[in-house]
Ligand binder design. Structure first.
Ligand SMILES: NCc1[nH]cc(CCC(=O)O)c1CC(=O)O
Length: 321
């Protein structure tokens, strides 16, 4: 029996293989904790339209899931955290951030090539301004092509030879069991991932306090601290998922002068010009209890270094998809 009654918890998810797999991990965790749970597929605008995400608007992958919570069609919504708008909506509570996957971006290239081996002029697919700008800044002479659609569709473009390579979130490939396709996992010195990449947001209505506490059992405090810092950085820059902003935070173990270990949160962020002419990077380290403020302070430093002006260098772009 479930702690919210005998009813089965209905978990709303998008219908892609990636989405149902990640929502499935939440369902399984709830079942292991003694609850009854099932998936309910919800179609979102982002799944139906192949238009650029900038055109269809923010929250294209998450708005319908939230509507389903409000309408009572589902009890829980599982989102890829990075797809959520930065603006808070008090109606909803992110009750759990489960242990996060590796947040790095990954290269899937023909013939096992790594980034530095791709010949000048190679066609590399990605629509995210964050990826495009950081790739251009590496100065490899790559031909960056727009790319949308689900993972299979994107991977298919390398298989068919239409593209030489694509850049994707490593986490997505991990969840569908295709890490074998990765030819290089990009290190943060080359490419900072999207804030919250690789993390899930398990959401329910704020008013449903019984459910908030049930879901809280799935929360991983270190993942929450990291994601909180990265998202605060993004919010302070007043930038959404379509911005050329990267961030990575991680709880790391440090030793004090007496050799005692304690946790520290390391935060790094960047802002880039879409034309690749410049990337500003900075970072800070502090207490995980101070994640929000730490993320904001890194963003303020980026602004002092000229992030606003850089991000205003425009060119048509798309969301971090
Ligand atoms: N809708 C885009 C999206 N949202 C979440 C992921 C990957 C998984 C994650 O970051 O949690 C992706 C695909 C990608 O960026 O390659």
């Amino acid at each position: 029996m479930s702690a919210v009654g005998t009813r089965t918890l209905r978990i709303g998810t998008r219908g892609s293989e990636l989405a149902t797999t990640q929502a499935g991990t939440v369902r399984d965790a709830l079942i292991s904790a003694g609850h009854e749970a099932e998936l309910v597929i919800i179609k979102t605008k982002g799944d139906q339209s192949m238009e650029s995400v900038e055109k269809i608007g923010v929250g294209v992958f998450t708005a319908e899931l939230r509507e389903a919570l409000v309408d009572g069609r589902v009890d829980v919504a599982v989102h890829s955290y990075k797809d959520l708008p930065t603006a808070r909506d008090e109606r909803f509570t992110i009750a759990a951030i489960p242990p996060r996957e590796d947040p790095r971006d990954a290269l899937v290239a023909r013939d096992g090539l790594v980034l530095g081996e791709l010949p000048v002029g190679s066609k590399v697919g990605t629509s995210a301004p964050r990826r495009t700008s950081q790739l251009r800044a590496l100065g490899l002479g790559l031909d960056i092509r727009p790319l949308r659609g689900n993972l299979q569709r994107r991977l298919g473009k390398v298989e068919s030879g239409e593209l030489d390579a694509v850049i994707l979130a490593r986490a997505g490939l991990a969840r569908i069991g295709r890490l074998d396709l990765i030819t290089e996992s990009l290190e943060p010195v080359q490419m900072l991932p999207a804030p919250a990449q690789g993390a899930l947001a398990v959401e329910c209505l704020s008013g449903n306090t019984a459910l908030v506490s049930i879901l809280a059992e799935l929360d991983d405090p270190n993942s929450r601290a990291a994601v909180t810092a990265e998202r605060a950085l993004l919010a302070e820059l007043e930038a959404g998922c379509t911005a050329p902003v990267g961030a990575i935070a991680e709880v790391v173990e440090s030793l004090d002068d007496d050799g005692r270990s304690f946790d520290e949160l390391s935060v790094r962020g960047c802002a880039a010009a879409i034309d690749g002419s410049d990337v500003i990077r900075t970072g800070a380290v502090g207490s995980p209890d101070n994640a929000e403020e730490l993320g904001r302070s890194v963003a303020r430093e980026l602004l002092e270094l000229g992030a606003r002006e850089l991000m205003n260098v425009t060119e048509a772009g798309d969301a971090d998809v």
